[in-house]
Design a protein around this ligand. Structure first.
Ligand SMILES: [Zn+2]
Length: 97
């Protein structure tokens, strides 16, 4: 006898990133941003610069801030590598006074 588990007819259930569902596309790993865009989710971003300026590197960006322009090249790009909840907005922590 076959046992049917789960939903029927809905193959597009949200994955583990569903907590970010309202802007799911912009907060997926690999999403690309440019200076002036709003950071959709705190975490590690890989930055690529004009190769004449410098090699790519990683930075931490905080949700709600904007990706900054580069001092030395016109077109840095920020690629989401890993989400990491910013501690100042994490529900587990309070603040020093
Ligand atoms: Zn640059």
């Amino acid at each position: 006898m076959q046992v049917i588990v789960g939903y029927i007819g809905d193959a597009d259930l949200p994955d583990e990133s569903s907590e970010y569902r309202e802007d799911a596309i912009m907060s997926e790993i690999g999403a690309i941003f440019k200076p002036g865009d709003t950071v959709p989710v705190s975490g590690i971003y890989r930055v690529t610069h004009d190769p004449k300026h410098t090699q790519e590197h990683e930075v931490t960006c905080v949700k709600g801030k904007r990706f900054p322009p580069c001092r030395d090249c016109a077109h840095p790009r920020f690629v989401l590598q890993r989400k990491a909840h910013h501690i100042e907005t994490h529900e587990f922590f309070s603040h020093f006074y």
